[in-house]
Design a protein around this ligand. Structure first.
Ligand SMILES: [Zn+2]
Ligand SMILES: [Zn+2]
Length: 467
C-alpha cells in the first residue's frame, strides 16, 4: 500500500503537467499554441480543402518512406523491421514536420519533464515511453510516444476526429510514424480520416478486410488521395518506435466471418522492461487464437479488449497476459454496459489494478523502461456499466441493444424471412447465425429472397453459417 502513496504523489505532479490538466503549462510557448490553434480552426470550416494543402509539403517526405515500409511489411518479418526504419530516415532528412517536432518537443511533451530534450540521445537514461489512453467517450484512441516518435492506435468515432487532433497538437505531436486502425468499426476508425489529413504520417496499418461502410471508405479514401497504401501486418512483425518497438500479435486467423472485432490488429509495445498490450475489440475467439499463436503476450499494462466487454477478456487470456494494470476505454453510461461485470471480475481475479476513461478521463502512463507511473490513481469503483437494452437477455455488441432485440423478435415473427442481410458488408446469414446478434441494427435487413436470388444480386454468403 506504500505504492498507493506514491501514486498519489505522482498524481499531483501530473496534475500540473499531464493531459487534460496541463493546458496552463503548455501555454508556456505561446507561439506554438497559436499555430496549433489556427490549424485546428481550419479543420472546423472546410476540413478537406484546408487539410489537403497543408499536407502537401510534409507528405512528400513520408511518402518516400511509405513505399519502402509498405513493401517491407508485406514481404514479411525480415523486411518489415528495416522497412519502417528506412522510412523514418527519409522523413527525418528534411520534412518540415520533423524540424517542427524538435522545437515543439519541450513544451508539448508536457507529461514528462525533460524527456523531450533527450529524445535523440538514445541511452541517456532519461528517456521515457508515454501511453495516452485518450478519453473519446465510447471508443478507442491511444497515443504512444517515445522521444520525438509518435504513433496512434485508433482515433475514436466520427465526431471525435477533431478532438483527437487537438489532443495530439496539445501534446506537441506534429507527425505520426504509425497509425493503426485496429478494425473498421466506427468507434475506432471514425475519426481517423481527420487525423490522416491533418498529420503527416508514414505507415497506416489496417486489417485485411474490405468493408463498404462510409466510415471505412472515408479512411481508405484519404490514404488513396495521398497516393499511399495501408499495410496489413502479420503476427510477429516488429517495428521500431524510437527506442521502443512493437510486435504484432493479431489478427491471427483470416476468417472470422462477419465478426469484425476479431480481425482487430493487436500489438505489444515494449520499452526497456515495460510492456503494453493492445488488442482492439478482439473477442474470445481471437484471444484464444493469440494464445495458440504462441507469441509473448505478457504485459504490465493491458488495454481491456473490446472496452471491457465480457465477450472478451477471458480468464485464460488474462492469465497469459498477467497484467499488473488494465485500462478500460469506454464512454460514461454507454449503452453496451461496458465494462461488463464478467470482465471486471476477471480483472479483479488476476489482481490487476484498474483504470477507466469513463471515470477518469484521459489516462496517461509513463514508463522509464522499468517503472510505470500514472497521471491518476487506479479506479476503486469496480462498477460495471448498466446495459440499457433492458430485458433479461444479455445484449451483444450492438449500438442499441433494445432495438436489436426488438428487431430479432420481429424477424422471428415473420415466417417469410429466409435470410438476414447485412447491408454494410453485403453478406447474408441464416437468421440464427451468431453474426446476426452482433449486427448493427441499422444495417440489418430481413429478406424472403432465395439464396440464388441474393447471390445474383451480389450478396455473399456468410463464412460462418454458410447459408
Ligand atoms: Zn469498439
Ligand atoms: Zn468493434
Amino acid at each position: 500500500m506504500g505504492k498507493r502513496k506514491r501514486w498519489a504523489a505522482l498524481c499531483l505532479a501530473f496534475v500540473l503537467l499531464a493531459a487534460g490538466c496541463g493546458s496552463a503549462s503548455r501555454q508556456a510557448d505561446p507561439g506554438r499554441n497559436a499555430g496549433a490553434e489556427s490549424e485546428i480552426e481550419d479543420s472546423g470550416n472546410g476540413a478537406i480543402a484546408g487539410i489537403e494543402s497543408e499536407n502537401e509539403d510534409p507528405g512528400s517526405g513520408p511518402e518516400a518512406g511509405i513505399g519502402d515500409s509498405e513493401s517491407g511489411a508485406k514481404a514479411g518479418n525480415e523486411d518489415s523491421g528495416s522497412g519502417p526504419e528506412a522510412g523514418i530516415g527519409d522523413s527525418g532528412s528534411g520534412s518540415e514536420g520533423d524540424s517542427e517536432s524538435e522545437t515543439e518537443e519541450d513544451p508539448g511533451s508536457g507529461s514528462k519533464p525533460g524527456a523531450g530534450s533527450d529524445t535523440e540521445d538514445s541511452g541517456s537514461g532519461a528517456s521515457t515511453l508515454e501511453v495516452h489512453y485518450i478519453d473519446v467517450g465510447q471508443g478507442d484512441a491511444t497515443l504512444i510516444r517515445q522521444g520525438s516518435h509518435a504513433m496512434l492506435i485508433d482515433a475514436g468515432d466520427n465526431d471525435k476526429g477533431t478532438a483527437v487532433q487537438s489532443y495530439l497538437r496539445s501534446q506537441g505531436v506534429t507527425e505520426l510514424e504509425y497509425v493503426i486502425g485496429t478494425h473498421p468499426d466506427s468507434d475506432h476508425v471514425g475519426g481517423m480520416d481527420v487525423i490522416l489529413y491533418k498529420f503527416p504520417w508514414e505507415m497506416v496499418f489496417l486489417p485485411d478486410l474490405e468493408k463498404d461502410t462510409k466510415t471505412y471508405q472515408d479512411v481508405l479514401r484519404v490514404i488513396q488521395d495521398q497516393g499511399k497504401k495501408a499495410a496489413h501486418p502479420f503476427p510477429g512483425d516488429t517495428y521500431a518506435l524510437g527506442e521502443a518497438e512493437f510486435t504484432v500479435v493479431a489478427p491471427v486467423e483470416k476468417d472470422y466471418g462477419d465478426n469484425w472485432n476479431n480481425y482487430s490488429i493487436g500489438i505489444v509495445v515494449t520499452f526497456g522492461e515495460s510492456r503494453f498490450l493492445f488488442t482492439g475489440d478482439a473477442e474470445e475467439e481471437a484471444e484464444a487464437d493469440m494464445i495458440a499463436e504462441g507469441l509473448d503476450l505478457s504485459a504490465d499494462v493491458m488495454k481491456a479488449s473490446h472496452h471491457g466487454s465480457d465477450t472478451a477478456n477471458t480468464l485464460a487470456f488474462l492469465e497469459e497476459v498477467r497484467p499488473e494494470f488494465v485500462v478500460v476505454s469506454c464512454g460514461e453510461d454507454n449503452s453496451y454496459g461496458h465494462p461488463r461485470a464478467g470482465a471486471l471480475n476477471n480483472f479483479r481475479e488476476i489482481g490487476a489494478k484498474l483504470y477507466r476513461t469513463d471515470e477518469q478521463g484521459t489516462i496517461v502512463a509513463v514508463s522509464d523502461g522499468k517503472e510505470i507511473s500514472w497521471n491518476c490513481s487506479p479506479s476503486e469503483s469496480w462498477k460495471p456499466g448498466e446495459p440499457t437494452g433492458g430485458q433479461d437477455v444479455q445484449p451483444r455488441e450492438a449500438p442499441d441493444a433494445g432495438q436489436s432485440q426488438a428487431d430479432e423478435a420481429e424477424l422471428k415473427a415473420d415466417a417469410g424471412v429466409s435470410y438476414i442481410i447485412n447491408t454494410n458488408t453485403g453478406k447474408f446469414h441464416v437468421p440464427s447465425c451468431s453474426s446476426v446478434d452482433q449486427m448493427n441494427p441499422e444495417n440489418k435487413e430481413s429478406t424472403s429472397l432465395s439464396r440464388q436470388e441474393l447471390v445474383e444480386q451480389g450478396y455473399d454468403p456468410c463464412g460462418r453459417c454458410r447459408p
